[in-house]
Structures are given as structure tokens and as C-alpha cells.
Write a protein that binds this ligand. Structure first.
Ligand code: CTP
Length: 447
């Protein structure tokens, strides 16, 4: 008996898949198909698979060509499968020519011609109207956003707005998109908006975008006033629009896993959280030259507040700020100390002082530690009283990580709210309230 194996995602099952499986079966007597898990696809950078694993398996089985289905969970599994199932022929489509030649040490490798003009990617694009995204602001983060957006299907960066025509022009030329210095014209021509302008301008830009009926993804901090954040969310809700605060950590898989472990009871009841993020910045950069809204806390505070809000909730009893200022009165190192009914937390941010930058979550049975850059969570450890007992967890964080929030934003626009727990409106409002308190105390010279 000749045993054949092939692998694939088989998303939105199409004719190309059918013909591939038909010819694979014809190569032998017994066909095994490996279907990828969602997690493996995520790790490979395929973020937009539509069909769940059971549906993809069902579709593969329905062809009638398949004798056995297995799941493909990780890189390197293929060689083990070939040996384990005593495979004679390994086959895949011709888009993979050469890439699996190394398998010929174990079995025969056959590349089958790919069916032309059809692919899951093509179908996903057709099913989903491509959202034309317009970017407000053309600074560093906007420059990171464009390449990340290219990795998420269903969205295309089309335009940039900046009241400074030359800046918009330079950015547009670099990314081959359209430049606007007229906000109304810009908002008319795009479907959704990404706000990446200086913090204090977010509120007006979000408001204008929502009033033009556009969904908005806004960089953190969304606004610097609680009432403003509440007002914008209420407007968005009333007009059935998505307003989404882009704190990238909240959407990355490693942070999700970390929260899951922290909440699982493995470290007991959480009593203390210490989150620190410091970055040495040039004094000419906006963060250190904007006397009114620059400084470490408005720039980095959202990251440090995130794990605190996620694990202790929004209802803190008290917050106190300790601040080191530079010669211009700008906060270059700030520690916000919170008391909650059942725990305490510190959020420490630095732009002119470098510190260790880690996240520590301490509980009644043990603690979790994530080293810098914990805000791009890839690896963390759980420790217990017995120092020799350490559990290690790791997760992928691809590129700049903005792709995860863009994906979740688009899913929400598409009516799929399965990720809206990752950063709730209540959490965004509470964070704006903390920023407001901090800025007020700074203004009054209290910190
Ligand atoms: N395949 C094929 N002809 C097509 C599309 C896919 O022969 N037009 C083959 C692939 O070469 C692979 C198998 O079908 O051997 C499963 O491929 P998969 O990656 O699931 O399908 P794609 O449509 O290529 O998916 P995507 O667009 O997401 O890459």
C-alpha cells in the first residue's frame, strides 16, 4: 500500500484545494491530510484564517479523497509524521517547490501544479470589503503602522493627513499613498481612521472622524481627560461606530497568555503589581520637547497601567505620583502608586532615567516576572517559594506587534466582537482619568 501525506490550512475550501487532494489521493492508496491549527497559523503569520479548525477538517473530509486527517501544530512536525505514519510520498502544491526537498531523505517528494487564479487569500479579500485606512499624523509610530497594516488582510493604507503639507507629502511619497492637508477631504475619502498625532490632538481628530461616520483606531493615550473619553465612546456607540484605543500590548498573544496564567490562581491571590517601562529619548524628540503634554507618564503610562487595570480592575482607592522633572519642568521619571481594596500597584515610567523595566505580579502562592520588553510579551516565568520550581512560558510576538491590534480592530468592524475584552471601554476611561489626575497635579505644582 502506498501512503501519501499532504498539509495545508484549507481555509474557505476552494477548487484549488479539491484538485490538490484529488491528485494527492491518485498518487497512492491511502491519503493522510495534515490541517493546521489556528495557533500554528498565527505563529506562521497567517492572522486572518476565517474557518475554524473543525470546519476546515470537515471540508477536507467531505471531498471523499481523504482516509485520515491529522492536525499540524508546529514547525518540524512533518518529518516526524512521515516516519510515524510510514509515508511513501509527501506532496504539496507547486507554490512550495524546493522548500520540502529536505523531506526526500525520508520519502518521495512530489510537487503538484497549483490551480491557477484561486487561493484562500483571494477569497478572503473578496469576502471582506477592503477598508481604506487613513492615517492622521506622519511621525514614528505612523511609519511603523503602514508596514504592519500590509500584513493584515482586509485593510489598505491609502491616505495620510497632516496639517503640515510637507510632512504629509514626505510620508505619502515614502509609502506610496495620498497626502492631504484638508481634514474634511481626507475624511471623505477614507473608510476608517488611525490617529497617530500628538496626544493632545487625539480628541478633536477622533471627534471629527466619528462625525464623518468613520471607525477610529487611536494611539494611546486616547485622550487625557476622563469625560472626553466617555463622551467619545458614547458618541461612537450611539452611531454604531467602533472606537478602539491602540495599546498594542493588550492585543498581543503573549500578554493574553500572561493574563490567563495570572488569573488562573496558580500564584494565588494577586496582591502587588509593579510595571516599569523606561526609554532614553533625545531631548529634541516631541516626548521631551512638548512642555505641556510631553513627558514620561503621558508617553509610557498606558503600557504600565494596562496590567494593573486588567488584573486589579478600574476601582482603585487612591493614586499618588512621585516625579522627577528635567530643567524644563517635564516629568522624566514618574511613579504612580495605587492602592486597591486587596492589593497595591506601581506604574513607573522613565524617558530620561533608565531602569530595569520589568513587570512583576506577586501573589499569595508565587509570582510572575516578565523582563523588558514585557510590553511585547514573548517570555515569562512563574516562581514559587521553592526557588527551584520555575515554570517558563513563551509566545510569539511578530514584527512591531501592531498587526494584532489592527486585526482585532478590523474584526470588530466586521461585527465580530470576540476580542473586545482585551481592552474595555471602562479600562480606557479609567486610564484617561489617571492621566487627567496626573496632569492636573503637575499643573498645580503638587508633584
Ligand atoms: N493549492 C493548490 N492550488 C491553489 C491553492 C492551493 O494546489 N490554487 C494547494 C497548496 O499548494 C497546498 C494546499 O492546496 O498544497 C493547501 O494550501 P493552502 O495554503 O491551505 O491554500 P491557499 O489557497 O494557498 O491559502 P492562502 O491563500 O491562505 O495561502
Amino acid at each position: 500500500m502506498t501512503k501519501v501525506i499532504t498539509y495545508g490550512t484549507f481555509d474557505l475550501f476552494h477548487e484549488g484545494h479539491y484538485r490538490l487532494l484529488q491528485r494527492a489521493k491518485a498518487l497512492g492508496d491511502y491519503l493522510i491530510v495534515g490541517v493546521t491549527t489556528e495557533k500554528y497559523d498565527m505563529e506562521r503569520g497567517k492572522l486572518n484564517v476565517v474557518d475554524s479548525l473543525p470546519i476546515r477538517i470537515e471540508n477536507v473530509k467531505k471531498t471523499g479523497f481523504v482516509d485520515e486527517v491529522i492536525v499540524e501544530e508546529s514547525l518540524g512536525q512533518k518529518i516526524n509524521d512521515v516516519q510515524k505514519y510510514h509515508i511513501d510520498i509527501f506532496t504539496v502544491g507547486s507554490d512550495w517547490v524546493g522548500l520540502f526537498d529536505y523531506m526526500s531523505d525520508y520519502c518521495k517528494v512530489v510537487y503538484l501544479d497549483r490551480t491557477k487564479n484561486i487561493s484562500s487569500t483571494m477569497l478572503r479579500e473578496q469576502n471582506k470589503r477592503i477598508q481604506k485606512i487613513g492615517i492622521i499624523g506622519s511621525g514614528r509610530i505612523a511609519n511603523r503602522f503602514v508596514p504592519e497594516s500590509k500584513l493584515v488582510s482586509g485593510v489598505s493604507a491609502q491616505a495620510v493627513y497632516n496639517p503640515h503639507k510637507e510632512s504629509a507629502g514626505r510620508f505619502a511619497e515614502k509609502w506610496e499613498i495620498d497626502a492631504y492637508d484638508d481634514l474634511n477631504a481626507f475624511l471623505r475619502d477614507v473608510d476608517v481612521v488611525y490617529v497617530a498625532s500628538p496626544h493632545e490632538t487625539h480628541y478633536e481628530y477622533i471627534k471629527a472622524s466619528l462625525e464623518h461616520g468613520k471607525h477610529v483606531l487611536c494611539e494611546k493615550p486616547m485622550t487625557l481627560k476622563k469625560a472626553r473619553t466617555e463622551e467619545l465612546f458614547a458618541y461612537a456607540k450611539a452611531h454604531k461606530l467602533i472606537l478602539f484605543e491602540g495599546i498594542k500590548t493588550a492585543y498581543c498573544p503573549g500578554f493574553e497568555k500572561l493574563l490567563g496564567i495570572a488569573c488562573s490562581g496558580t500564584i494565588g491571590n494577586i496582591r502587588y503589581i509593579d510595571a516599569c517601562f523606561t526609554k532614553l529619548q533625545k531631548t529634541t524628540d516631541r516626548e521631551l520637547s512638548d512642555r505641556e503634554y510631553g513627558g514620561s507618564f503621558t508617553e509610557l503610562g498606558s503600557y504600565c497601567l494596562l496590567p494593573i487595570m486588567k488584573l486589579f480592575g478600574n476601582a482603585y482607592e487612591d493614586v499618588r505620583f512621585d516625579v522627577i522633572h528635567d530643567g524644563n519642568g517635564l516629568d522624566i521619571f514618574t511613579r504612580a502608586s495605587f492602592t486597591f481594596p486587596r492589593g497595591i500597584a506601581t506604574a513607573t515610567c522613565g524617558l530620561g532615567v533608565k531602569s530595569e523595566g520589568r513587570l512583576l505580579i506577586a501573589g499569595t502562592k508565587g509570582y510572575i516576572v516578565v523582563e523588558a520588553p514585557w510590553w511585547k510579551t514573548t517570555y515569562f516565568e512563574v516562581h514559587y517559594e521553592d526557588a527551584s520550581q520555575v515554570e517558563k512560558y513563551s509566545e510569539r510576538f511578530l514584527g512591531d506587534g501592531l498587526r494584532y491590534e489592527i486585526r482585532d480592530f478590523l474584526n470588530m468592524i466586521g461585527g465580530n466582537n470576540k476580542s473586545d475584552f482585551k481592552l474595555t471601554r471602562g479600562e480606557s476611561v479609567a486610564m484617561a482619568g489617571i492621566m487627567e489626575k496626573f496632569l492636573e497635579q503637575e499643573k498645580r505644582g503638587l508633584v
